[in-house]
Design a protein around this ligand. Structure first.
Ligand SMILES: Nc1ncnc2c1ncn2[C@@H]1O[C@H](COP(=O)(O)OP(=O)(O)OP(=O)(O)O)[C@@H](O)[C@H]1O
Length: 456
């Protein structure tokens, strides 16, 4: 289906490029496209499917937001997290762009207003965000078909597309149902976007969504503006105190502290608050009113540090993991929330042997307890292998950046880092710490597993 272009009907590529750059500047204030953005935008505008592999903060959303403004129709965005949809819609509205999101959690009058606009002769909505669960309902499919038959649907963007794959770190069964999009809406181009680079995931996404000869765009995963660092809990007197002084010395910058459990979030947030850091806990146990309040307080800078178990936040300078994440992919996604504006940012991971044991216990348990898409022994093998990479990131003495990139199958020379990780900046300090950890591990009375480095 040929898209109706608002920016320029001319077939000349340079004129169309100018028009797209004009939209980018006018609405988003950016002076030029970054990386592969223009290629992705031009592909979908010409009606071609696209698979877009860009790192966190790489500017994926522009690849469907610009087409929404450059065509007369509506762009449907499938997104897995209500908090992320809410974030994006709020940010778009602040720029004067008509965007809405639909989820089962919304008030019925809000939903009705959105449906009214969609069924009107000339909808004002340019971007409509929905959850995959909603998309799978018969009622919503019928509404979508009506839009499609009126020629109002210009593009479908599947964000966080790795959720489709059982090989991805965040498999969501409802994402599987997105395969019906191609069946119901055969002429609408689809752009799948992800920051997960595993080849099996890429194949799964392309097959499941039935993408037709998609343009495959792949950008480097290096985030040169993030400084990576690991701090060893077992060598610190008190990790809470260490984190507190880290936050105090950073000034009032926006920070996220990821924790494994809700109770740790609550404890840490109140500890920080008592010590003068404006902070709040954010996790799935809070009701939607509380969550919105935290988001509001964050956006209006009333709080600077959010202690979370789940994805949160934009424009963050400092991301801390107070407990080791379960995989490199999870770590990359979460630490990648820092420095999305390309300015310098910092990632600090607090690593402790107890945390490592706890995660190994959780992964073993998960494999036995949860119904999985893979057989449980295969699932366990995969999740322990994913976790081992994360442990190696913490316990190894080599460049952290190189380890991240290698885990995504990207070759990276040691010189790439430019001393922007603790291993490259302070190699002697790190090897002293590792030796000390090894010594403690050797006399550990904590029982359980011995540290990995003793087994090497
Ligand atoms: N062409 C550009 N020039 C300058 N800044 C840009 C450009 N494109 C995007 N950005 C900025 O980069 C940041 C990250 O963009 P975006 O949110 O689209 O990333 P993303 O790839 O979707 O990340 P994530 O995977 O975390 O969702 C935003 O602050 C955005 O304004």
């Amino acid at each position: 289906m040929k898209r109706e272009l608002i920016v320029a009907n001319s077939s000349s590529r340079s004129i169309r490029k100018e028009g797209l750059e004009y939209i980018l500047k006018q609405y988003f204030g950016h002076s030029g496209f970054r990386g592969k953005q223009l290629e992705a935008i031009e592909a979908v505008l010409s009606g071609r499917d696209c698979f877009c592999l860009m790192p966190t903060g790489g500017g994926k959303s522009m690849c469907y937001q610009i087409p929404a403004l450059a065509t007369s129709g509506i762009v449907l965005v499938v997104s897995p997290l209500i908090a992320l949809m809410e974030n994006q819609v709020t940010a778009l509205k602040a720029k004067g762009i008509c965007a809405e999101f639909l989820s089962s959690m919304q008030m019925s009058h809000t939903k009705e207003k959105i449906h009214e606009d969609l069924t009107s002769g000339k909808p004002s909505i340019k971007l409509l965000y929905v959850t995959p669960e909603l998309l799978a309902t018969v009622g919503f499919t019928a509404k979508l078909l009506k839009l499609y038959n009126r020629g109002m649907l210009s593009l479908i963007a599947v964000d966080e597309a790795h959720c489709i794959s059982t090989w991805g770190h965040d498999f969501r069964p409802s994402y599987r149902k997105l395969s019906s999009l191609r069946v119901h809406l055969p002429d609408v181009p689809i752009i799948a976007l992800t920051a997960t680079a595993v080849p099996k995931v890429q194949k799964d996404v392309i097959d499941s969504l039935q993408l037709r000869h998609p343009l495959i765009l792949r950008a480097s995963f290096n985030r040169p503006n993030i400084y990576y660092e690991v701090r060893f809990k077992d060598l610190l007197g008190n990790a809470y105190t260490d984190l507190l002084s880290l936050l105090q010395s950073s000034g009032e910058v926006c920070s996220i502290i990821y924790c494994l459990e809700r109770s740790t979030c609550e404890d840490l947030a109140s500890h920080l608050l008592k010590n003068g850091i404006s902070s709040a806990a954010y996790h799935a146990g809070l009701n939607s009113k509380m969550r919105s309040k935290v988001l509001d307080d964050w956006l209006s800078s009333r709080i600077h540090a959010v202690v979370a178990t789940v994805a949160f936040g934009e424009d963050v300078r400092f991301v801390c993991h107070f407990n080791i994440p379960k995989s490199m992919v999870a770590f990359y996604q979460e630490s990648g929330r820092a420095g999305r504006d390309q300015r310098t940012a910092r990632s600090v991971l607090y690593y402790g042997l107890d945390d490592r044991k706890r995660m190994e216990f959780i992964l073993n348990n998960d494999a036995n307890m949860k119904p999985q898409s893979l057989p449980s022994d295969e699932f366990l093998r995969k999740s322990l292998a994913d976790f081992k990479m994360m442990v190696d990131y913490c316990e190894g003495s080599g460049c952290r950046r190189q380890k991240i990139l290698q885990s995504f199958g990207e070759s990276a020379s040691a010189s790439l880092c430019q001393k922007s990780c603790d291993a490259c900046k302070h190699p002697i300090l790190l090897s002293t710490s590792l030796a000390e950890l090894e010594r403690i591990g050797g006399i550990s009375k904590k029982g359980g597993l011995a540290p990995v480095f003793l087994q090497r």
